[in-house]
Every structure is written in C-alpha cells, then in structure tokens.
Design a protein around this ligand. Structure first.
Ligand SMILES: O=c1ccn([C@@H]2O[C@H](COP(=O)(O)OP(=O)(O)O[C@H]3O[C@H](CO)[C@@H](O)[C@H](O)[C@H]3O)[C@@H](O)[C@H]2O)c(=O)[nH]1
Ligand SMILES: [Mn+2]
Length: 742
C-alpha cells in the first residue's frame, strides 16, 4: 500500500498521520493480459468479415456481411475504448479522523454548497428542503458553511418551503449534533428510526407539521396570505406578480439564514442559507443547469467566495455528516493547493427495487469505470456529490483565467456582511440573464456550455486543462439520490444523456481529436467511450433484426458450429459478457441485477440510444432542438407498487417502445420458426448462432411479452403500440423475404 504524497512528504509534516492511501487493483495484470488476447480475437473476426465481404456473390449477402462488419466495428471500438478503465484501477481510503491532528478546525476552509432544483411539481420542495437540511447539518464548523439553492423553477412554493426549513433548521441542527445522529436528512431519519426519546418525538411533530404546511401550499399552487408573517417575507413574495412566469421573471435572492446573526435554539451560530432564483427572459439562453450553476458560482463569489464548492442535485442528500472532512483529506494540502481540481463521490440511489429492473444503479458508470478513470487522471465529474476547488473553474492549474470583474475571482476575499447593500446589488447584477454576454462564462470559465450533459463536458474540459481529480468511494455512501422509477422516465433521461454525450464527441473539443492532444490516449478513450453511448444503437438494432430475418428465410449468416470461426464467436461473446459479469460481482452486484443490467443495455440500444442518435442528427442539421427534460422525482402509488413487484412500466404510448416491441415480436416469430424446423428434423448446424441469438433475445424479452398479452394493469403496453409494432414486424418480414432470397 502506498501512501500518497501531500500528506507525508514535506519535512514539517513527516510524522503526520496519513490522510489518504491508495491500493492498485489486483485485477490490473489479468485485465491487461486478457485485453491483449481479446484484441487478437477481434482482429481475427474483422479479418474474417473482410474476407467474406470480398467473396460475397450476391448483393444481399454483401449487405448482410457489411452490416455485420459495421456492427462488429462499433462493438470493437466500444470495447477497446473501455479498456482504458481497466488499465489501472485503483482503490482509495481516507482517514478523516486524522485530519484534526494535521490541521486546526479553525483553519478549515469555507465551504459553499450548491443545490439545484428546477420544477416544484417534478421535484417536490420537501425533497429539496431535506437535501438542504442534510448538508446544513454537516459536522463542519457551521459558520464556514453556506448553502445556496438555485431555483430554476422560479417558484414561490420552493421559496416558501425554504423559509419554513430555515426555522426548522434551528431545531434540527442542534438535535443532530447533540444526539450524534448520522442520518441528517429528516425524512430519512424519521422513516428509519423508531426508538424515540421525547425530544425526538417533539422534533418529529415539528417536522411533520412543516411538511403538511408545505405540501398544502404546493397543492394549492400559491402561498396564501395566512402563511406570510412579517414584512420581510411579504416583500419577497411580492416579486411574484402576474407577469412573473417560469421563463420570464426578475431575479429573487433571499438570505434565509445568516451566520453572523442567526442562532439555533441553543445559541450556536447557523450556517448561511441563500435562495437564488436567477433572472430569466425568453430572449436570452439560460443554458439549463450549467447556466444555473454559473449563476451560483458568481452569486456565491460576491457573498462568501469559499475556496471549496460542493455541487448537489436537489435529490442527492447527504448520508454521512463527515463527508466534507473526507473531501478535505485530499483538498487540504498546504504545500500544493492546486493538486486536485475536484473530488467526486459516486451517485448511489435509494429506493431501487430488489433486482433493479431498469438498471438505474448504473454500477458501471458510477462505480466501476470511475475507479479506472481514477487510475489515469482522476474520477470524472457526474453532476452531483462533487467537491470542487473553486479555482478549477477559472482555467487550468497553471493558467488562471480572470473573470471580467475582480470580485468574482477565486482568490477575492469578501469583507462585507452578505446582506449589506453593495453585496446584494452585485449579487443581483451577476444573476441577471444578460450578464454573461461577451464574457468567458461557460466557455473558458465555470461550468461549460454546449452539451446537455454539462457535468460530463465540464469534467472532460477540466481534465483537458490539466486538472487531476479523485474518485472517493467510502463504505457508507456519502450521498443518496433518486433514480427514475418508470421505464419511460429512465429512457427519457438516457436519451438526454446520449444526446448530450454525443454533443461532446461532435464538438470541436472531441475526445478523439482535441482530447488525445490534451491528455493522451487512455484518458481520452475513456471519455470517448462515455461519449459514444448512442452508437451502441447500431449493433444492437442490427443484431436484433438481421439474424432473425435471415433465420426465417433459412439463410445462414454466421459460421457453422463445426467451423473454427465459430469458436471465435463463442470466445468473443463469453469474454465480453464474462468480464462484464465479473466486474459487476466484484463491485458487490448480484446475478439478478447483472442480468437486468445486460437486458437494459439491449433495450436502450433499440430505444433511447436509437432515438438519441436520430435526434442528435436532426439538431445537427438544424431541423430540431432539444432541451433538458427534468426527471420526475414524484412517486405514483400504483406505479410504485408495480415497480416493487418488479413489473415493467410501459403505460404511455411512446414512439420509443415501437422498435422494442417490434424486435420482440420478430424474435419470437423467428425462434418458433427455428424450433419448428428442428422438430421437422432439419439440420440447423449453419443456423445455430442465429438460433442462439434469437433465443437469447426471446428470453430477455419476457417482460415485453408479458406486458403485451398477460397483463391488464395500467402499466401494460398500450394496444396502439402493439398494433403498430405487429404491422411493422409484418412489413419487415415481408420485405426480408423479398430481398434476402434474391
Ligand atoms: O434547467 C434546469 C434543468 C435541470 N436542473 C437541475 O439539474 C439536476 C439534474 O436534473 P435531473 O432531471 O435529476 O437529471 P438526471 O438525469 O437525473 O441528472 C444527471 O444528469 C444531469 C445531466 O444531464 C446532471 O446534471 C446531473 O447531475 C446528473 O445526476 C436537478 O437538480 C435539476 O433541478 C436545473 O437546475 N436547471
Ligand atoms: Mn436526477
């Protein structure tokens, strides 16, 4: 085990206890050997396709081979790119308990926390409030914490919820500290604990009355006069005039708690809590979450300008109050302040059903691959649960990019109270919707514009600028969030990601060109792999239809079982699946969850990746535009019951379901055709691979067949979708028998 630099190298701290260590994965050697062997097999297969292509005698066999060749090139590229994540996986450990022996608490840096919300109906204000409370209650000097809430929904309901939360916080924070509570999200705490003291009982009642009040206000859609006490509150709500709409409204900044004057019930100072609703106008682009975060970067610079920033989505609450100390183990580094740009914690989700039917745990994306990134230039930023050094938003480690006014610079010291007039004036100014015109915000500074996945794009750009980062994965999850819990929500989210990631690949900063020049091959391949998700739709779609349509027509398109090439197919299939399985299990997954994960990969190939691919090119050609469709965090009772039972939720007639259902039908048809031939005694030696693929898809499609015929609940596949798919399947079979046999 190697102790990293920074905690023990310089003389003055030679005997200081380590703050962090790292260990290389034992799989590293195996991964490298396996990658070499597998690469040879891929090359051999591509050679085989090229030979077949050259020797094809008919037009249809030429096109079949060409399709297989293209599919396999895409699969091979994705496989090669993902090897970067297997080159040097590392595991880290932190020792936050040693921190106070190395640095005095009074020397801890200030911490600004950013929480984004965008829609009070898709993201219920009580959820946002719980997230905020969980970080306000961090085990960190209170006067150093400032929580900024960005409300892109521009909703007085959210502001109201936060006014209530500020009052409740003065009870909740001392209660957590006194009783050493680990679960500092009140909703989660009250839901999981049942041994109550009278004090806890009192707090619980208080929490519930706040919740009922907020939920009533949300239901009514308006803050009634009876809820508004005091002039200050009235003044804030007066901003919501009739002309105030979500897309068009002035800035509202409300300081709800101020550490220089607000005290909790036992007389301790409270952290700062600031509500920020940036100005919006239909005529200026707001750049969705990236724009919101840049406003927070500026507003916070004017008020507190902490050197460390934590970004959170409204649904990602803190699950461990010691997390800032853990991040500090890397960020606190007096010898070399600029060592790391950011420290990313994994996104881990609450409320996923037992076998994770929609694979929303994203084990590979959020847990397995970051360990690989971390062994290269560092874990990638995934939008939430990430501690940044503020400096990282202002140019590379050796090239400071200065903002247009010095007050926003990372080293500016704020020396006035946050509610003083000059500070508030400046804060309003920098939150204006035209403020960024003719500045470097979003291009050279702050969170970067140009992709729907601002997180991945910013992460990538920071790495290109030369920042190093850390993937920090403690045993107790540092944050817990909500994952989509219906199929369509998941697919829409994934479509947005696929499009956003593609935007990065096709930008002038593409990992395949700019990336390779800036950070070398392994790291840029790792980003290219992430960026190219949507191209998986090509092989998945081809493998979902072509072998099956050929099978129905008795045409063999793969090697016979007796041919040596057959063994290559077996090895390539088992090798890829086997290694994926191994990773999944090593990272604590179950067999059932892995099975669902691989199924969802195929489903995505036919739905969100396919549609994302097409929508991206429509936009590329200037035909359409796309926006940030916020994922709903609301749970519908009936749907939730079905989700808990592991049933797929179709329900809505989405065009994305059509290729999926069509593929399921065609696979079933061709599988039965194959079975019938077997019973008739035909020799299917040449069709074995096709039978296998078809059978594999049929087994994977079970939830779809069930949702077509066996279910009568609201989550089944709408009749319209089924009819369109049957019609399409029929058309495809007819077209195939006309063309393939020619
Ligand atoms: O115009 C917008 C749209 C969204 N958000 C916020 O962005 C966050 C993420 O939105 P969500 O709908 O939950 O998207 P997810 O797909 O679940 O989020 C993932 O993907 C996003 C990029 O697409 C990243 O920003 C997130 O951090 C990452 O968790 C939420 O807090 C929203 O309130 C805004 O602030 N303004
Ligand atoms: Mn989310």
């Amino acid at each position: 085990m190697e102790v990293l630099k920074g905690s023990s190298t310089t003389k003055s701290t030679t005997h200081a206890p380590p703050l962090h260590t790292l260990e290389f994965s034992r799989l590293k050697f195996f991964n490298r050997v396996f990658a070499t062997v597998y690469t040879c097999a891929i090359l051999a297969l591509l050679y085989h396709h090229a030979l077949t292509l050259l020797n094809s005698t008919t037009l249809s066999s030429f096109f079949i081979t060409l399709s297989l060749l293209i599919s396999d090139i895409v699969l091979a590229f994705m496989w090669v790119a993902t090897q970067s994540c297997r080159l040097n996986p590392i595991h880290r450990k932190e020792f936050p308990e040693n921190l106070k022996r190395v640095v005095k608490e009074s020397d801890f840096p200030k911490l600004d926390v950013f929480i984004c919300t965008a829609d009070p109906y898709k993201e219920p204000p009580m959820g946002v409030v719980n997230t905020a409370l969980s970080v306000l209650a961090y085990d960190y000097p209170t006067e150093k914490i400032s929580v900024y809430v960005s409300d892109d929904g521009g909703s007085q309901l959210t502001l109201f919820a936060f006014m209530e939360a500020a009052k409740f916080a003065s009870h909740w924070l001392p209660f957590c500290r006194k009783n050493n509570i680990v679960e500092r999200n009140p909703e989660a705490y009250f839901a999981s604990n049942n041994s109550w003291s009278s004090e806890a009982e009192k707090i619980k009642t208080m929490y519930h009355s706040m919740k009922i009040k907020v939920e009533n206000v949300v239901k009514r859609g308006k803050v009634g006069d009876e809820y508004i006490i005091g002039e200050e509150e009235q003044k804030a709500f007066n901003k919501w005039k009739d002309s105030f709409t979500r897309q068009d409204h002035p800035t509202v900044i409300q300081v709800l708690l101020q550490n220089s004057k607000d005290k909790d019930i036992i007389g301790h100072l409270m952290p700062n809590l600031i509500y920020v609703c940036r100005q919006k106008s239909r005529t200026s682009p707001h750049h969705f979450k990236a724009g919101a975060l840049n406003v927070l970067l500026r507003v916070s610079a004017t008020m507190t300008n902490a050197p460390i920033i934590l970004t959170l989505d409204c649904d990602m609450y803190s699950n461990d109050p010691s997390t800032p100390l853990r991040a500090l183990c890397y960020l606190f580094n007096p010898q070399d302040q600029l060592k790391f740009g950011f420290i990313q914690f994994p996104q881990i989700f609450n409320g996923i059903n037992k076998n994770d039917i929609y694979a929303c745990e994203f084990k590979r994306l959020f847990q397995i691959n970051p360990v690989g990134f971390d062994g290269l230039n560092g874990g990638n930023y995934v939008g939430t649960g990430c501690f940044f050094s503020r400096r990282a938003f202002f140019g590379g480690p050796s090239k400071l990019v200065s903002p247009e006014i010095p007050e926003l610079g990372p080293y500016n010291v704020v020396d006035k109270p946050i509610q003083s007039q000059p500070i508030m004036e400046l804060a309003y100014k920098v939150a204006g919707c035209n403020y960024e015109n003719q500045t470097k915000w979003g291009y050279e500074m702050g969170v970067r514009y140009g992709s729907l996945v601002e997180d991945s794009f910013t992460s990538y750009r920071l790495h290109c600028e030369g920042w190093k980062s850390i993937f920090c994965n403690p045993k107790r999850p540092a944050f817990l969030g909500d994952a989509p819990n219906t199929l369509i929500d998941m697919l829409n989210q994934q479509k947005r990601w696929a499009i956003g990631l593609f935007e990065v690949v096709f930008s002038k900063f593409s990992p395949l060109t700019f990336g390779i020049r800036s950070m070398g091959l392994p790291m840029s391949l790792a980003y290219a792999h992430l960026g190219c998700w949507a191209i998986w739709s090509i092989p998945v779609t081809i493998y979902a239809f072509l072998p099956q349509l050929a099978l129905i027509n008795g045409i063999s398109i793969f090697p016979k079982v007796s041919e040596p090439w057959f063994l290559f197919y077996v090895f390539l299939f088992l090798g890829a699946y086997g290694q994926d399985f191994q990773d999944f299990i090593v990272f604590g997954g179950t067999v059932e969850r892995w099975w669902n994960d691989q199924r969802i990969w195929m489903i995505k190939g036919l739905t969100c990746y396919l549609f994302g691919f097409m929508e991206f090119f429509l936009k590329f050609l200037g035909i359409s535009t796309h926006g940030f469709n916020v994922t709903s965090k609301v749970i519908d009772d009936e749907q939730h019951k079905r989700y808990e039972q592991g049933m797929y939720e179709f329900g809505v007639p989405s065009p994305m379901f059509v290729p999926l259902v069509t593929a399921a039908i065609i696979n079933l048809l061709s599988f039965f055709w194959g079975l019938e031939e077997v019973f008739r005694g035909s020799k299917l030696e040449g069709l074995f691979v096709q039978m296998f693929i078809t059978g594999f898809v049929v087994v994977n499609s079970w939830p779809i067949y069930e949702a077509i015929v066996l279910r009568s609940d609201k989550g089944k596949i709408p009749i319209r979708t089924t009819l369109i798919s049957i019609f399409l399947a029929w058309g495809l079979v007819a077209a195939a028998s006309l063309t393939l046999r020619s």
